[in-house]
Design a protein around this ligand. Structure first.
Ligand code: ACM
Ligand code: ZN
Length: 719
């Protein structure tokens, strides 16, 4: 039960010292006096809470004394099932701190509530004793039992230490589920002892692996995996922190990796390697191949034995069903069963996964596509990612649903238009996540009964190309969006953004800094008027600026006078946090000179060259690139500009680039001169004369994907 809506106990909310008592628990009353935690304070606990006591001592260095629950000068951890799941009460008296949990998770949450009353150094394990806290009595319980975060370790490998760090950070934020996306087209990350090849081969791509390189790291063999022993340790580490790990093996689509290791699992028709430069693009398991279920039974059997979670996520998203339509065996299966729609094949496949899981005492977690027909048994848990409507549909059908529509909860999306990240779902920051409102989105009371909680997501296609150059990328993308997620999953957003933001800035930034999180600050406001820039930050952070392309940072203290507005970019820093760069708009403004684009690789029918030349979107070539292939940008009139950026591939999905090559510029349309090498498929030209044409020439044979993406030229005007 949610305690927040119970009547607040009488009396004003107490003012605590230090003044960082947020988030205020649902019920809180001040009590007289203060409590001192000293090096002699004893830590007393009921036996089932021994792991929590050990955990607490990593943060507050007091001696353990498990058998003296009534002692004074003590922190006392106990269980009180009457409180309910994950609920806690925290009573700070002058000589005792009493934390009671409805269960282990509740006691853990109570410990986190205590941490929030202490100076932020507690999160760094550097709390100085004695420490004083104002006396108080508080009770709270989470709004939702499921407060999750998904990490995609398949595209970008995150090692055991990195995962543990994240578990720790999530646990300080009240997140209690870590959904680990352990397999995808690009990687297989969990050891399966009966099939060691899945990780020994499938854990790595590029180099001599049959798994082709995609997403950066072109030249080196890239990857890694968790052994079952390592994962066991991660599971135990998470359990101490009230985090349950929910593993995902993404099926029956997103399986190109395992299909590269075991090609026999694919549908039975000739490989599509002719148009794809030797790269078989089939990515789904054949539903009709009976032997596939034996392999899946081996895999899922081991996954079920390893992970204690009740639910095992078996995917179900984005299945390319053209493979099943092309497969004589799948077609015959459909005919035998009287099926008219390949979605019914997915239903059949998922039912078989559910049966394997049931035989191992587990239930399936599935992406929302898997319940589109509504035929999958209702004991599954649906993860609604595609849209709010997908979540509304799943809950209307009576499925237990984790709500995580991409446009609010995919933290791999960019936060403003000129920052890094994807943009296919939306461009949004923590404020939008915080504002997610079930009622406004149309969830009825009946549908709300099927909402088990909320989840944030970090898919990592773009991440790999940010390492090691931007070591703060994951933190920067996730925080403070995870803070906003955790707040609405724990208690909702009744206090409103302004109040929440104030709390975030005044209390939580310091906590995140102490946790070592390299979080994103909101951008400073920048104005240019009458020859001077002014910049302001409303969060107490320090403002800096860059001039031109120089990496030298200048501290902003007063308006900056300049006659070159486009060369100034402002940003802020607060401890381990940084904001994005903010520039005068003219810096980013582009023009669209008439251009004709042609290529030696031919153009795809679906994405013709006119998309890019019309500045309407992406174009694709008909085939992959070979040496000496070219893309020609011929301008109608010579173009005078300060910068011209030409990019192959997709900035958010950096795989379909011309991996190595160079650019040539022509000022007359006939003679070309070499202007520089491509870097990650792109080049920025700074022509001193008007440009008539640019040609990109490939020096690589095969980019590992079946086509090259051509983008519109980005041309910045002379100011
Ligand atoms: C997904 O984003 N394909 C679940
Ligand atoms: Zn098939």
């Amino acid at each position: 039960m949610k305690l927040r809506h119970l009547i607040l106990l009488t009396g004003a909310l107490c003012t605590l010292s230090p003044a960082v008592a947020q988030p205020s628990p649902a019920r809180q009353e001040p009590c007289p006096g203060t409590c001192r935690i000293t090096p002699q304070t004893m830590l007393c606990y009921e036996t089932p809470l021994a792991p929590l006591a050990d955990y607490l001592r990593e943060y507050i260095n007091v001696p353990k004394a498990s058998d003296s629950m009534s002692a004074d000068e003590a922190i006392v951890l106990s269980l009180d099932p009457a409180l309910g799941s994950e609920a806690y009460s925290l009573h700070i008296r002058p000589h005792r701190i009493e934390i009671a949990g409805g269960d282990y998770g509740g006691a853990f949450n109570g410990v986190q509530a205590l941490f929030r009353l202490l100076p932020p150094e507690v999160y760094a394990g550097q709390l100085k004793l004695p420490a004083e806290i104002a006396c108080t009595k508080a009770e709270d319980a989470p709004r939702f039992p499921y407060r999750g975060m998904m990490l995609d370790v398949a595209r970008t490998w995150i090692d055991a230490a990195g995962i543990k760090r994240y578990i720790n950070l999530l646990s300080h934020h009240g997140i209690n589920k870590l959904h680990l996306h352990l397999s995808d087209d690009e990687g297989w990350r969990i050891e399966i002892k009966s099939h060691p090849e899945l990780t020994e081969i499938g854990g790595f791509r590029g180099g001599d692996s049959p798994v082709r390189p995609v997403y950066g790291k072109w030249d080196e063999k890239y990857g890694g995996y968790y052994t079952q022993q390592q994962m066991g340790e991660i599971i135990r580490y998470a359990a101490v922190r009230n985090v349950e790990i929910i593993p995902e093996i993404d099926l029956p689509g997103h399986s190109r990796n395992i299909a590269s290791v075991h090609p026999e699992i694919r549908c039975n028709y000739p490989p599509d390697t002719v148009s794809t430069n030797g790269y078989d693009y089939r990515s789904a398991w054949c539903v009709a191949r009976e032997a596939n279920y034996a392999l899946l039974s081996d895999i899922l059997g081991e996954v079920c034995a390893l992970f204690p979670s009740e639910y095992i996520h078996v995917g179900g998203d984005e299945v390319d069903m053209t493979q099943w339509k092309s497969c004589p065996d799948c077609r015959a299966l459909m005919q035998r069963r009287g099926m008219t729609d390949p979605h019914q094949l997915e239903d059949l496949f998922m039912e078989r996964m559910a049966a394997i899981l049931a035989a191992n005492g587990k239930r399936p977690g599935v992406w929302n596509e898997a319940v589109r027909t509504g035929s999958l048994a209702h004991d599954c848990r649906v993860y609604g990612w595609e849209s709010v409507k997908a979540c509304l549909d799943a809950t209307a059908k009576g499925y237990q649903t984790v709500v995580m529509p991409g446009q609010y909860f995919y933290f791999d999306m960019r936060q403003t238009p000129h920052e890094d990240g994807h943009d296919w779902a939306a461009i949004f920051d923590a404020r939008k996540t915080y504002g997610f409102d079930f009622a406004a989105q149309g969830f009825s009371a009946g549908q709300m009964r099927h909402v088990v909680g909320l989840e944030g997501t970090f898919f990592s296609e773009a991440y790999v190309s940010h390492e090691p150059e931007k070591p703060d990328y994951l933190d920067y993308m996730c925080f403070p969006r995870i803070c906003a997620l955790s707040r609405i999953a724990w208690s909702g957003n009744d206090e409103g953004w302004e109040a929440y933001y104030k709390e975030l800035v005044s209390a939580h930034y310091d906590r995140m800094a102490a946790m070592g999180i390299r979080f994103r600050l909101f951008p400073p406001k920048v104005n240019y008027r009458e020859g001077a820039f002014t910049a302001t930050a409303d969060d107490g952070s320090e403002i800096y600026y860059l001039v031109g392309d120089s990496p030298e940072e200048h501290r902003y203290t007063r308006p900056v006078k300049t006659d070159k507005p486009h060369l100034y970019r402002f940003f802020t820093r607060y401890k381990s946090g940084r904001s994005p760069l903010v520039a005068d708009k003219s810096y980013y403004r582009t023009i669209t000179p008439a251009v004709t684009i042609t290529t030696s690789m031919g153009e795809s029918k679906q994405f013709p060259c006119t998309n890019a030349s019309g500045y309407k979107g992406l174009s694709r070539t008909r085939r992959a690139c070979r040496q000496q292939d070219w893309v020609l940008y011929m301008f109608e009139q010579p173009v005078k500009c300060r910068e011209m950026y030409l990019q192959t591939g997709n900035r958010q999905l950096p795989k379909t680039i011309i991996t190595t090559g160079y650019a040539e510029v022509s000022y007359d349309g006939t003679t070309f001169e070499r202007a520089g090498d491509l870097e990650k498929g792109s080049i920025t030209l700074k022509p001193e004369r008007p440009v008539q044409a640019v040609r990109i020439v490939s020096t690589c044979d095969d980019n590992g994907t079946p086509y090259v993406t051509i983008q519109p030229p980005q041309v910045k005007p002379v100011l």
